[in-house]
Unconditional design. Structure first.
Length: 272
């Protein structure tokens, strides 16, 4: 009995739990869980930051379009990659450098050829410009010459009219004076020709005077005989007669002879 009582006295009696202590423990557990989550999140963010910043597996470039416009998130992005010059010597092998050297030499030769061609074109252009200026000067001179020629043509046309009037009026002196003014080198020859014609006319007039004094029938008979022997002299006599005397004499001649004389006189007048 004593042992039983002794064993019973060793077991503590149950006590009532404190509600405030229980709430404190729950809060502490919640805070511990939250702190753990925060620590895990920070670790995750830190690892993610390091991965992005170092562009591991290219994740930095993958997320760049999404994070670029966010001022906070873009801090985790790696710096933009610098452009690599494939032709820079440090990026080429010795073989590639020699190959590039040969290519550059060829390009320099081609550019030199093109430059020389360009110089040639420029030189040709300058030459063409010089020729153009010369042609322009020649053209201006020709235009002035053309205007001068046109003016001279106008004067010549007026002088032609004057010459026609002189010829129509039978003014030989005026005709000779005209040619002396226009063409002095030919005036002498023309003057001699006109003087010769004038002398011939005077001779023919003197030769025709006896026939003009005869009656038409007698003159027709004598001139018909002269025509049969010396046609040139007979024509000279007729040329010395005035128109009325010619008509009267021809009327008294045989029709065939009168026709021949008339035709010869007409031909000579047309030739003149």
């Amino acid at each position: 009995m004593a042992e039983k009582a002794k064993g019973t006295s060793k077991n503590p009696k149950p006590t009532m739990q404190n509600p405030e202590g229980k709430s404190r423990r729950i809060l502490q557990g919640f805070l511990a869980v939250m702190l753990s989550l925060v620590i895990v999140a920070m670790v995750f963010c830190g690892v993610f930051y390091i991965i992005l910043k170092n562009n591991v597996y290219g994740l930095g470039e993958i997320f760049r379009p999404a994070f670029q416009d966010n001022p906070i998130l873009r801090l985790a992005l790696p710096p933009l990659p610098q452009e690599v010059d494939p032709d820079a010597p440090e990026n080429l092998t010795d073989t590639e450098i020699r190959k590039k050297y040969v290519e550059y030499r060829q390009k320099v030769a081609d550019l030199t050829t093109e430059l020389n061609e360009a110089y040639g074109v420029i030189s040709q252009y300058e030459s063409d410009q010089s020729v153009l200026e010369e042609n322009k000067a020649v053209l201006e001179a020709n235009e002035k010459l053309l205007i001068s020629i046109q003016n001279e043509q106008g004067k010549l046309e007026q002088q032609k009219i004057e010459v026609a009037e002189l010829i129509a009026g039978g003014n030989k002196e005026g005709f000779m004076e005209y040619f002396a003014q226009i063409e002095p080198e030919t005036a002498e020859a023309i003057y001699k020709e006109l003087v010769r014609e004038d002398i011939n006319h005077q001779i023919k007039t003197e030769l025709a005077k006896p026939y003009a004094a005869m009656d038409p029938a007698s003159a027709a008979r004598v001139l018909s005989e002269l025509w049969s022997k010396d046609q040139e002299t007979a024509i000279g006599v007729f040329e010395g007669l005035n128109a009325n005397a010619k008509a009267l004499i021809l009327e008294k001649m045989e029709a065939s002879v009168a026709a021949e004389i008339t035709k010869t006189l007409s031909d000579k007048m047309l030739i003149k």
